[in-house]
Design a protein around this ligand. Structure first.
Ligand SMILES: O=C(O)CCC(=O)C(=O)O
Ligand SMILES: [Fe+2]
Length: 682
């Protein structure tokens, strides 16, 4: 090799090592070694030595990064490198080991590079993790990417590119993936839902680009001139009336600064296009300031302090707002900057909204990295009681926000979950624990609670003949349900009473009835030889699982005094059904016109005619074990039956807490709320 060639070679090595600057800068010093001037040969040798050293260091560094990267992915995914990577053959997906932590700069830098060499692709990063996954629609694009990279022959599978992430330069490695995206990072750092730019929720209105960029800029500048109040998780400003955190209400007696003038234009447009005279004008404003990672815990805005429509304008950055209904439906809406969101009706009064504490959101297949977001929440202060159609969530209609979780049967126990930042595992109160223990006892020992024993079981036992006498006509919808079943179906009637549904079908299904009342069962048995009935507790059905095609439960579940027992009774029905089997459930409705109730947990009198009663009881000589009253005028003894009468939607909500079923139909019939539920899995 000539000296020229050697020099050229060396320069190439220096270049590839990206160390030339370093050496050139030091050229002046290097020419002097131990006080003497170096000859050109000596100088070349020295440079060669240094370059080799640097090259070796680079190889060593890359080798380390590659093996460390592979090790990290394997460990995180709990899979062998062979399961994850394709070391021999090209595939259409790549892992990218970028050694960042999946932040916006990592995402954008890698995405821009891959775009420039191979075009369209989907890059997935896992926030907090030092790797990503690239999907191409064609193996050629993956190869194109790999071929565009630098490599060292000395290291197998080392394809890398020096990439500059803001000010830092890092060698970013790429490897063919053997596994699918769905095989990795499940339930880990990317376990958050994908949002859409459009969602349907009752009462939700949404529009992008509601204000111009210039106006947005002006508002941001003006807002920042004002003073912020610090909350634990974010900063806020309030205008109009004082906002009282803790009770999430406002102090109507404390008028604060009015809504600032720079918002006049916006307020006028909202007034014209959103409020439309349907409620008094907006007069209260909360400004929230969110930095990446900030959020707001699931809540619905309290009913009574504000009129129906709530208007939220987003500024400066997009963010995902999540909505959850009392039926556990979840929707995730991306709110881009300059968009307007209006909440009214059901979504305003009975759905929770929240912003998860994250730095990134997934939106229609892409990532939205959050920046600082400022939101303007406009409301109208209300000076009249709330009379919304959602009394279960309404403080003005009997709902207590402080004890809501305990008292509100529409709220599942994990209602506040899904947002890691606000997830609290609430310790159970003594009272809750007592109820749960009692339920457990009922379930394991079959020993009823006092209430059901005294006011349900004993009363039915007592009133059975009289009760049966009043229950002879099958209701048409139940009859037609039974008549519509597949011939040969095996059907359970749970809580069959006097058995009036056991013989109202057309004879081509097989029905078995159970009831807890022995006396009612005897009456059912008297209907005929073909009737199959026996007494059993519907919380502990004496059948093996998954044998029945269908079941009916007519006016039974409302006799249980706690949501847990009601759920357990429904669970038992589902247990005995085959997957795909359907059950018909009736419960008394609170809203019925036949009877009027002041509350949901009620004692409903049964006037037992004297002819059905023991003479000694009528004469007051003996007292049964339950509360009775002797009604001389009506010649009867009055027994009380316990009922939990269901409000609209409540039965559906209970069922939404049971994972292995779905609601096929729900309706109102004969003063009852009705659902048809299907068992969807074991
Ligand atoms: O910042 C937002 O978009 C929502 C704010 C909010 O829900 C509230 O202040 O009640
Ligand atoms: Fe809110």
């Amino acid at each position: 090799m000539s000296q020229e060639e050697a020099k050229q070679n060396l320069e190439d090595i220096e270049k590839s090592n990206q160390v030339q600057n370093n050496i050139q800068q030091k050229d002046g010093e290097q020419q002097i070694q131990d006080g003497k001037q170096l000859s050109p040969e000596e100088e070349l040798k020295l440079r060669e030595k240094k370059a080799k050293k640097a090259l070796n260091a680079k190889i060593y560094d890359l080798q380390k990064k590659l093996s460390r990267g592979i090790q990290v992915i394997s460990q995180t995914e709990g899979k062998t490198p062979e399961e994850l990577f394709s070391f021999k053959e090209a595939t259409s997906n790549l892992f990218v080991l970028h050694f960042g932590i999946g932040e916006e700069v990592d995402y954008v830098t890698v995405k821009d590079y891959v775009n420039s060499v191979a075009g369209t692709h989907k890059l997935t990063v896992f926030p907090g993790l030092g790797y990503g996954y690239i999907q191409f629609d064609d193996v050629k694009k993956a190869e194109q990417t790999i071929n565009s990279l630098e490599r060292f022959e000395q290291i197998e599978n080392c394809h890398y590119k020096e990439m500059t992430y803001e000010k830092k330069t890092r060698p970013t490695l790429f490897l063919y993936a053997h596994c699918k995206l769905t095989d990795i990072c499940q339930n880990k750092n990317n376990d958050f839902p994908e949002a859409s730019r459009k969602v349907d929720a009752p009462g939700l209105l949404f529009q992008e680009e509601f204000i111009t960029q210039d106006y947005e800029k002006l508002i941001m500048e003006e807002i920042d001139k004002k003073e912020w109040n610090r909350l634990a998780k974010r900063k806020v400003q309030h205008y109009g009336y004082e906002f009282l955190y803790g009770i999430n209400s406002i102090n109507k007696d404390n008028k604060k600064d009015p809504i600032p003038d720079f918002l006049n234009n916006l307020m006028q447009t909202i007034s014209k296009e959103v409020i439309k005279g349907e409620q008094p004008e907006l007069d209260q404003l909360t400004i929230n300031d969110y930095y990446p990672g900030d959020g707001i815990a699931p809540h619905f805005d309290t009913h009574s302090p504000f009129e129906e429509k709530i208007v939220i304008v987003s500024l400066n950055s997009g963010i995902v707002m999540s909505f959850k209904s009392y039926k556990n439906e979840e929707k995730h809406l991306f709110l881009p900057p300059r968009s307007i969101l209006v909440l009214s009706g059901e979504v305003r009064y009975a759905w929770f909204h929240s912003i998860a504490s994250r730095k990134v959101d997934k939106v229609e297949g892409d990532f939205n990295f959050r920046r600082r977001r400022v939101s303007l929440t406009f409301r109208t202060v209300q000076f009249k009681p709330c009379r919304c159609a959602y009394p279960f969530f309404c403080e003005d209609q009997g709902y207590d926000p402080v004890t809501m979780k305990k008292n509100n049967p529409l709220l599942p126990r994990d209602y506040h979950a899904k947002d890691d930042s606000t997830k609290v595992v609430a310790p159970k109160s003594e009272e809750e624990q007592k109820i749960l223990d009692e339920v457990q006892q009922v379930i394991t020992d079959g020993k009823p609670t006092n209430l059901e024993q005294k006011y349900v079981y004993e009363v039915y036992e007592k009133i059975a003949p009289h009760f049966s006498h009043t229950r002879y006509n099958p209701w048409p919808k139940i009859e037609s349900f039974l008549k519509g079943l597949e011939p040969g179906s095996l059907v359970a009637d749970i809580g069959c009473g006097n058995g009036k549904y056991l013989d109202c079908h057309n004879g081509d299904i097989y029905m078995i009835g159970t009831d807890r009342s022995e006396n009612l069962i005897s009456l059912a048995r008297n209907r005929g030889e073909e009737i199959q009935v026996f007494s059993a507790d519907c919380l502990k059905l004496p059948w093996v699982s998954s044998k029945f095609d269908n079941a009916i439960s007519i006016a039974v579940i409302h006799h249980f005094s706690t949501p847990e027992l009601r759920i357990h009774a429904i669970n038992e029905i589902l247990r005995i059904l085959k997957v795909g089997g359907e059950a018909l459930i009736y419960v008394w409705a609170f809203e019925q016109t036949e009877k009027s109730f002041s509350e949901q947990d009620v004692f409903v009198p049964w006037n037992l005619q004297n002819k059905y009663e023991d003479e000694k009881v009528v004469k007051g000589e003996i007292k049964p074990n339950t509360d009775i009253q002797i009604n001389e005028a009506k010649q009867s003894v009055v027994y009380k039956r316990y009922y939990h009468v269901f409000k609209k939607g409540e039965l559906e909500e209970l069922i939404s807490r049971i994972p292995n079923c779905k609601i096929n139909d729900s309706y109102y019939d004969h003063a009852n709320w009705v659902v048809k539920i299907e068992k969807t899995s074991e």
